[in-house]
Design a protein around this ligand. Structure first.
Ligand SMILES: Cc1cc2nc3c(=O)[nH]c(=O)nc-3n(C[C@H](O)[C@H](O)[C@H](O)COP(=O)(O)OP(=O)(O)OC[C@H]3O[C@@H](n4cnc5c(N)ncnc54)[C@H](O)[C@@H]3O)c2cc1C
Length: 394
């Protein structure tokens, strides 16, 4: 069935009548919503969707919000929803889709991303974590780093080297790793904010069944592109209202604290307000383009702008607050479930925004992507394209 807006509205009302939000336990409500195809309407039937146009999700969401329905707290499982799910949908087997998508969507199973390694961040294809197949089982050994949310995650998307004898982009395979398996060791990494939202993860003799491979052996780089393109849109493309996000907080301080104002800060605030609005509308346009298919490299531009703006706005807010902006609320080592940009002090926002131009691809790398894949400019010289990974100097 491919539904239109009126049909979806009616379907959602029927669903709400059968599962009144006030008297239905949260998880039961979310599971039923998935089963009714109202989780992500553009997904196939039986997998949380109705094969409907992606744009119609907004119709369903509006009805549910108006009825006070619980949501699945998407920020808690950003990697699962934003990156693992579209990759599983595109490359997973029917069994994998059936096993993973529902608890991922309801948030009962949180996901993390085991991609970066010491020495393989921007140059992700240089990764050295090995996976060796014996019978139907892979054995994985290596180290990953900067793994956001690994301490809360049940599953991870993982890329590992399976063929060292071919060039670096070719010998990689993509897996789903069970984070509760023996041999997975998660250790906190304390960040500039004082909290440990990410980790290093040591993988020692971890057994992964071949049934948990996504895509063909050696095709992991291609599969990872789906994840990475979605990552940039997920990071840079959350739907925000006008004056939402950090600019809203800076503008609020400006309005409520006239004694802090100066002419120079006023000029800068207005300039950033306009830029934030342009970024917001660009994000909206990119989201609408997404309706037509998978995200393309344009998402890199959006993520770039988001990172720069967050850093400038949070810096301005700290400046505006003067000495007060230097106070820091809490240095306790916490292991948060999500990044709470708006729930804490200006100093926290300022420090946390530093990571925005690194996570999900550094700004320099995203500029390369925009130059090469969006603008079609000549590529950077690459000398290692045809060299076997095992022969690369490290
Ligand atoms: C808050 C946060 C959360 C993260 N979460 C995750 C996660 O959940 N899972 C995960 O797998 N990873 C995660 N990462 C890792 C992140 O993706 C990497 O840190 C990032 O890709 C950069 O890699 P690197 O740290 O190895 O730096 P490097 O690649 O060593 O880069 C160092 C500097 O050199 C520049 N540089 C490198 N190559 C080029 C080039 N060709 N041209 C121009 N400049 C270049 C870079 O832009 C950068 O400024 C996270 C990082 C942060 C900060």
């Amino acid at each position: 069935m491919s539904a239109d807006a009126a049909e979806l509205r009616a379907l959602t009302q029927e669903f709400l009548a059968a599962h009144p939000p006030a008297s239905t336990p949260r998880e039961e409500f979310l599971r039923a919503r998935f089963d009714a195809g109202l989780a992500w309407v553009h997904y196939p039937q039986g997998l949380g969707g109705l094969d409907a146009p992606r744009s119609l999700q907004a119709v369903v969401d509006a009805e549910l919000t108006a009825a006070g329905a619980p949501d699945n707290d998407p920020r808690r499982n950003g990697i699962g929803l934003g990156m693992a799910a579209p990759t599983i949908l595109r490359y997973g087997t029917e069994e994998q889709k059936k096993r993973f998508l529902k608890p991922l969507w309801t948030g009962e199973e949180v996901w993390c991303q085991l991609f970066s390694e010491p020495g393989a961040g921007s140059d992700l294809a240089a990764l050295g974590t090995r996976a060796v197949l014996d019978g139907g089982t892979w054995t994985v050994d290596g180290q990953k780093v900067w793994t956001s949310g690994a301490h809360n995650a049940r599953f991870a998307i993982l890329i590992a080297r399976t063929e060292p004898d071919v060039p670096k982009h070719k010998g990689i395979t993509y897996f789903v790793c069970d984070m509760t398996d023996p041999g997975v060791d998660v250790r906190p990494l304390r960040q500039i904010t004082g909290e440990a939202e990410f980790n290093e993860v040591f993988l020692t003799g971890v057994k992964i069944p071949d049934a948990h491979r996504l895509g063909e052996i050696g095709d992991g780089w291609k599969v990872a592109q789906t994840t990475l393109n979605n990552e940039r849109v997920a990071i840079g493309g959350a739907r925000i209202p006008r004056e939402g996000g950090l600019i809203g907080l800076a503008a609020k301080t400006w309005r409520e604290r006239p004694e802090l104002r100066t002419q120079d800060l006023h000029q800068r605030l207005v300039k950033l307000w306009v830029e934030a609005e342009v970024a917001r509308l660009t994000g909206e346009r990119t989201r609408q383009q997404l309706v037509a298919g998978q995200p393309g490299p344009e998402g890199a531009g959006m993520k770039l702008g988001f990172a720069r703006l967050n850093q400038e706005i949070s810096g301005l807010e700290v400046e505006l607050l003067g000495e007060e902006g230097l106070l820091y609320d809490d240095w306790t080592l916490r292991r948060p479930e999500l990044v709470d940009f708006e729930g804490r002090e200006a100093g926290y926002r300022y420090l946390r925004a530093k990571g925005n131009s690194i996570e999900g691809g550094t700004s320099e790398i995203l500029l390369n992507i925009v130059a090469e894949r969006v603008l079609g400019l000549p590529p950077e010289p690459r000398t290692d394209k045809d060299v076997a990974w095992k022969d690369l100097s490290r």
